[in-house]
Design a protein around this ligand. Structure first.
Ligand SMILES: Cc1ncc(COP(=O)(O)O)c(C=O)c1O
Length: 392
């Protein structure tokens, strides 16, 4: 660990400027990519979760390495940005239902330039209620374009979606009646609760079985009662980083798994199912000021009590944990600052002004967007920066 971060520190000190930055180690990323591929069963499609990896080159890199053409998107500005870049082979499934206004805005503001992506045939909009299906049918009529609808089903997470076969039947009837305007493209049933529930409440085995049973019943409903909606290439999406390895079994009802965070492994993903994965994303920020001990405003007289060294870093207060050097702590008495944070370090730690400290983000989705770009690292060396997706 020391050698690894000492080298990164040296690299960053030799870099053209010193500001807080987001690093992704491509060699570690490659190892994580290999691991996901070992956890995929042969007849399951991989779908890359864009919100967890919001950079154009990062997504491209993973799509190429995994030979994948499927993405899951959660944010309209990202959808618009991707619509201008993707080719005619890609498939996008929305990971949450978009307000109808937003879907309409997307279609009314399609990018001028594109790379062959068809926003009507290559997007599956997610619908979670009867009302939402009606709204999307109306939108299709307004646009004079057929659009694709994927139905969110509640497999036990209780984050919305159709929860009973009776309601689902009504939703499917509505789609069937309006087949000239909308096409049924499959189901999305997200199941991270399966591994997150305390055992005392429900075992992983039981939660997984219940989730799969409901998923299977939903599929059977389409197959048996709505044969005109059934096709071999429907998308039956499920899973996420925490549950990917569970779906390796042929008993899984899903044929499409969506993952993102396990490639970079922020701290929220330090969970037993992902123990083989390594963190590949780090925040690095320079030390601006250093003092032998700590002086708190108003408590100057008690300076002798605060014996640890103190440093001020460039920025701070990110959704992240200090990681290297070890035993760095934010000073709670001084208060948090996103501008210059006061940190305490042990007197044994040698850290000088202009050295870098390293953090691990709690999550990738929002945190990555705070750094303007990503600095990829290959074999310990900083590479050309990668762009983030447009966020407006
Ligand atoms: C619908 C859905 N699928 C999949 C995922 C998995 O993403 P990740 O692998 O980044 O946890 C998420 C995460 O929020 C999700 O909401």
């Amino acid at each position: 660990m020391d050698t690894y971060f000492n080298n990164l520190n040296q690299q960053l000190k030799n870099h053209q400027r010193a500001i807080p930055c987001l690093l992704i180690d491509l060699d570690i990323l490659d190892e994580n990519i290999e691991k996901t591929q070992l956890n995929l069963s042969t007849n399951t499609n991989l779908r890359i979760v864009v919100k967890s990896l919001p950079s154009v080159e990062l997504i491209d890199y993973i799509l190429q390495k995994t030979n994948t053409s499927k993405l899951m998107v959660f944010h309209q500005p990202f959808l618009t940005d991707l619509a201008s870049r993707l080719n005619n082979q890609k498939d996008i499934l929305l990971g949450k239902p978009m307000p109808i206004k937003t879907a309409e805005y997307f279609y009314n503001n399609l990018p001028q330039q594109n790379n062959g992506f068809n926003p009507f045939t290559q997007i599956q909009w997610l619908v979670d209620t009867q009302k939402r299906i009606e709204e999307y049918i109306d939108l299709a009529k307004k646009l004079h374009q057929k659009i694709r609808l994927n139905i969110e089903i509640n497999v036990g997470l209780h984050r919305g979606g159709f929860s009973s076969l009776k309601d689902l039947e009504k939703g499917l009837q509505l789609i069937q009646k309006n087949k000239e305007f909308v096409e049924f493209s499959g189901f999305m049933g997200y199941d991270p609760h399966v591994v997150k529930l305390p055992k005392i409440i429900r075992s992983e085995k039981k939660a997984f079985k219940l989730a799969n049973q409901f998923y299977k019943n939903c599929k059977d409903l389409v197959k048996n009662d709505f044969p005109s909606l059934w096709k071999e290439n429907l998308t039956f999406n499920g899973a996420g980083s925490p549950t990917l390895n569970l779906h390796k079994t042929t008993k899984s009802p899903v044929n499409d798994v969506s993952i993102g965070s396990c490639f970079v492994k922020p701290t929220t993903f330090d969970i037993p199912p992902l123990k083989e994965y390594k963190p590949s994303a780090f925040i690095a920020t320079p030390v601006l000021k250093k003092f032998k001990n700590t002086t708190i405003p108003g408590l100057e007289k008690f300076k002798f009590l605060f014996k640890q060294q103190s440093i001020f870093i460039y920025g701070g207060f990110w959704k992240a944990d200090y990681y290297y050097p070890k035993n760095i702590k934010e000073n709670k008495l001084f208060g948090n600052s996103t501008n210059q944070s006061l940190l305490n370090i042990s007197n044994k730690t040698s850290l000088e002004i202009d050295d870098f400290v390293f953090l691990r983000p709690h999550q990738s989705e929002f945190v990555f967007l705070q750094f303007g770009e990503i600095l990829p690292i290959r074999k310990g060396e900083i590479q050309k920066p990668w762009q983030l997706l447009k966020n407006k």
